[in-house]
Design a protein around this ligand. Structure first.
Ligand SMILES: [Zn+2]
Length: 683
């Protein structure tokens, strides 16, 4: 059996619940009682509490009031609900900003904020660190051993950066630790450019719209520093919790493709990864792309630790920040929720349980509406999700096993998006989704990892737009291929090193030998322009970027059919050791990626739940405990699909046998359990 332990000790089930803000109803105890009744009806077993409760816990400096939280914790315990107890640093009380303005965040324009909003503190401020540590210590002391305490939810959606003097000093100290001398920094930052050479550390300032923004290596190091300083702040928060409640796991809820932090580094500080997912479901054919993008996001968060993660927030209905808050169609909530489980989540949590009566989030979706009863469509759908999760207890802890990895590297993204040249919009994230989609359509499990990750367990590694090559990555890619793996790279790869310095002697830099090509130039096409590429007897459209490459050991599999580089290779393959390295020189249309990866999946014998490709809009994702595999078959399309459930299995929804052709309506799913085949068990 290959099963991970439950996220909350003693709860080997799927967790279902959400953010619960009883402090907003502190004068209405009857609401608290009603919430417990409604939670039971909605099949809820966990609540995140205390996220924004600092002003209620410490109404004045040094004056504490935990009695209301005591009551809530006791009520949760009495009702069999576990608390994901939050530390309150995501938003602070007004008295703290008034007494100590250093806790207020300073923007890149060097203006200090006034009190207001949330996620707006200085991570360096000794005062803020002292205050957060103190209240965390009090929470840990008070609720240590409490039956309801299941997990620590540190802060909320850590994000942003501060440019105050304290942070400038911390940045300079961080740089002094990173570089042996100012000369070394000047060299690696290429400060001879525009006469920007520093003669004293004190001259270095963080990037600013009213100051330095053209030293890309400075911009890159600043982003690295922001992650490092956020981690330092996080460790300060976690210290009393680790010390007083060592058995209670810690998580930090993260946000999709948020690019302000290196989440791979943040995840190393957590016991379990959690994230907040808010895809926009439109109720039309766009939902297929939305589903693929959401699937990839789940795989990113699962891959950080390679074990089950938590869907910490999702909307039970609408969000309140989009230009149109279109209602989700009936059935969409179940798909949104179970999709996360299919990709490795052991929880479905919502923001929020009871809708706020006032403030900015009063129209954000909630399990319980202002109307207050269980008689709403949304409440009934949430309850149905809880009921399905109740049937999936044996899936909790089950793994995902991937032969394929896609490289999504935040440092490379930072450098690529900051670069001036080529085209302004490089489309890094849409490119990743384009490359992910063919695997999703085949039901092949994919890990989405960064360049620092070990590659040795994969048979196919795809690294789209690997603009920056970080130390060690090229060596790992070579080793993978030498041993018989396949490595796929693309245009705009191998251009700069970790200091954002261009590689000399030609792109793709350290990957040149592996790919057996030299990219001399890159033609950038205007939006709407296309060039044609011939590949295996078919013609495919290329757009945006067309690398002009010379073969240096590789052989061409496809050629440009137009323009002055007609006849130049557009797709190449290099035999290297026992494996192959493929280079896709242009941004190719989706049909090309599907044809290429469909064939690679078959030729490499990569495991998929069913032998053929699934109908358009459908996918099948697998989790396994080594003995049994759980196949989540989902139709995100607008048409009823017919899927051949080869080998059959038992429906985890109805308990009935599933065999032959399964008819799946739009936005619907089936979950089948079946024994793992003996061949796979040997592996
Ligand atoms: Zn600061």
């Amino acid at each position: 059996m290959k099963k991970f332990p439950p996220i909350i000790k003693g709860m080997p089930v799927m967790l279902h619940g959400g953010d619960y803000n009883p402090e907003q109803w502190i004068n209405s105890r009857e609401i608290w009682e009603e919430d417990m009744r409604l939670a039971k009806l909605a099949n809820i077993n966990t609540f995140s509490v205390g996220i924004f409760s600092w002003a209620m816990l410490e109404p004045e400096e040094g004056v504490y009031n935990f009695s209301w939280l005591d009551e809530i914790m006791d009520m949760l315990s009495k009702n069999g609900i576990k608390a994901m107890l939050a530390t309150p640093s995501g938003a602070r009380p007004p008295w703290l900003s008034q007494a100590c303005p250093e806790v207020l965040r300073t923007g890149s324009d060097r203006r200090r904020s006034l009190f207001g909003g949330r996620h707006n503190h200085c991570y360096t401020s000794p005062v803020y660190r002292e205050k957060t540590k103190k209240i965390n210590e009090m929470l840990a002391k008070r609720y240590k051993g409490h039956k309801a305490l299941g997990l620590w939810h540190i802060s909320n959606e850590l994000s942003g950066e501060c440019h105050c003097e304290l942070c400038q000093e911390a940045f300079r100290n961080w740089l002094k630790a990173r570089y042996s001398s100012l000369d070394e920094l000047n060299g690696l930052w290429w400060t001879a450019f525009w006469s920007h050479r520093y003669s004293d550390w004190s001259q270095i300032e963080s990037p600013s719209p009213i100051g330095e923004r053209d030293l890309h290596a400075l911009n890159l190091d600043w982003k690295r520093f922001v992650t490092s300083q956020t981690i330092d702040f996080l460790r300060n928060e976690a210290a009393p919790l680790r010390r007083l409640t060592p058995d209670v796991p810690i998580t930090v809820n993260m946000m999709g493709f948020y690019s302000g932090l290196n989440y791979n580094e943040i995840s190393k500080e957590e016991d379990v990864v959690s994230w907040d997912s808010y895809p926009v479901w439109r109720g039309d054919e766009n939902d297929v792309r939305t589903a693929a993008a959401a699937a990839m996001s789940h795989d990113i968060f699962r891959s950080y630790k390679g074990k089950p993660f938590m869907l910490m927030e999702s909307s039970p209905s609408v969000t309140n920040w989009q230009s149109v808050s279109k209602l989700r169609r009936p059935g969409t909530l179940l798909m949104n929720s179970i999709q996360a489980v299919a990709h490795g989540s052991d929880t479905v949590q919502y923001f929020q349980f009871r809708k706020s009566r006032g403030g900015a989030e009063k129209f954000h979706g909630a399990v319980v509406d202002h109307e207050g009863s269980e008689n709403t469509r949304v409440f009934k759908e949430v309850s149905a999700v809880g009921s399905v999760l109740g049937k999936l207890s044996q899936v909790a802890g089950a793994a995902r096993e991937a032969d394929i990895a896609i490289i999504y590297d935040i440092e490379s993204q930072w450098a690529l998006e900051d670069s001036k040249g080529y085209k302004q919009d490089k489309k890094y994230l849409p490119t990743l989704i384009d490359f992910y989609e063919p695997f999703w359509e085949n039901g092949a499990t994919v890990d989405v990892i960064d360049q620092t990750h070990d590659l040795s367990g994969y048979r196919l590694v795809v690294a789209p737009m690997a603009y920056m090559i970080r130390p060690g990555f090229a060596e790992k890619a070579k080793l993978l291929v030498e041993r018989g793996g396949v490595f796929v790279g693309t245009f705009l790869s191998g251009i700069v090193d970790e200091s954002d310095l261009c590689f000399l002697k030609g792109a793709p830099g350290p990957l040149k030998e592996l790919f057996g090509v030299w990219c001399e130039e890159t033609d950038c096409l205007y939006d709407g322009e296309q060039s044609m590429v011939g590949f295996k007897g078919k013609a495919y459209a290329a757009s945006d970027f067309c690398d002009i490459v010379h073969l240096q050991g590789a052989k061409a599999l496809g050629w440009y059919e137009e323009d002055f580089y007609k006849g130049f290779p557009a797709v190449t393959m290099n035999e290297y050791g026992k494996g192959q390295a493929l280079y896709i020189a242009a941004r190719m249309e989706k049909a090309f990626l599907s044809d290429l990866f469909d064939e690679l999946i078959r030729s490499l014998g990569i495991a998929t739940p069913f032998s053929g490709k699934l109908p358009y809009g459908c996918t099948a994702q697998t989790r396994t405990d080594g003995e049994v595999e759980y196949v989540f078959i989902m139709n995100f399309g607008t048409k009823t699909a017919l899927i051949d459930v080869e080998g059959g299995g038992a429906s985890m929804l109805t308990g009935k046998a599933v065999a032959g052709i399964l008819e799946l309506h739009p936005m619907s799913l089936e979950i089948v359990s079946r024994p793992v085949s003996p061949e796979k068990r040997k592996i």
